[in-house]
Write a protein that binds this ligand. Structure first.
Ligand code: FE2
Length: 192
């Protein structure tokens, strides 16, 4: 009697779970920055499902943590209409940003000089990033401002390594200060 062969059933991971699996396998993301960018390019996740689980802001933006270890953290940000992330750096870490819904205007700046209170910035470029288009910042070019360009705006952020504070810059006044970065919600189930 021939052995019965069980059908091979492969349950597909949810997109966020698969992404986290792939990123964890890379180890130090900064050493595989191009691979991370390729993995995130065109990334699509079920927005309807996600929106129900995220912190949603009345104004500004809300940060929902999906995953964090010593190597990286992955967050989803929901943005209110009229919100803006002011010019900021990324604590000398790498950052990948990809819109999941809507579009964002990204303005890049160079840091010409800085002291304990003042900073001298130069505008570099501006561009609009749409769903699945990756924007990356790193130690060499760390500054940008991010403004949602659509009423529904949802973005995915990967920071390697995790970032607990960043510097905020004011172009007009030429000053800067530290901002502590908190989570509005923790939703690790989104990555499972
Ligand atoms: Fe940023």
């Amino acid at each position: 009697m021939p052995a019965r062969i069980a059908p091979l059933v492969t349950l597909a991971r949810a997109p966020l779970a698969q992404l986290l699996h792939d990123l964890r396998a890379l180890g130090d993301l900064r050493r595989h920055a191009a691979t991370v960018g390729d993995r995130l390019e065109g990334f699509v996740a079920p927005v309807d499902r996600l929106v129900r689980r995220l912190a949603l802001p009345r104004r500004g933006y809300a940060r929902t943590l999906v995953y964090r270890n010593d190597a990286f953290e992955l967050l989803l940000l929901a943005w209110a209409p009229g919100s803006r992330a002011p010019i900021h750096d990324h604590a000398s870490q790498d950052c990948w940003f990809v819109p999941l819904a809507g579009a964002f205007d990204v303005d890049d700046f160079a840091l010409a000089a800085i002291d304990h209170r003042r900073a001298w910035l130069t505008p570099l470029r501006s561009r609009r990033v749409g769903e699945g288009e990756v924007d990356r910042k790193d130690e060499l070019e760390p500054l940008h401002a991010v403004t949602p360009a659509t009423p529904l705006a949802l973005s995915l952020h990967v920071y390697a390594r995790p970032i607990d504070r960043c510097r905020i810059f004011q172009l007009a006044k030429g000053n800067w200060w530290w901002r502590q970065l908190d989570y509005d919600r923790v939703a690790t189930e989104l990555g499972e």
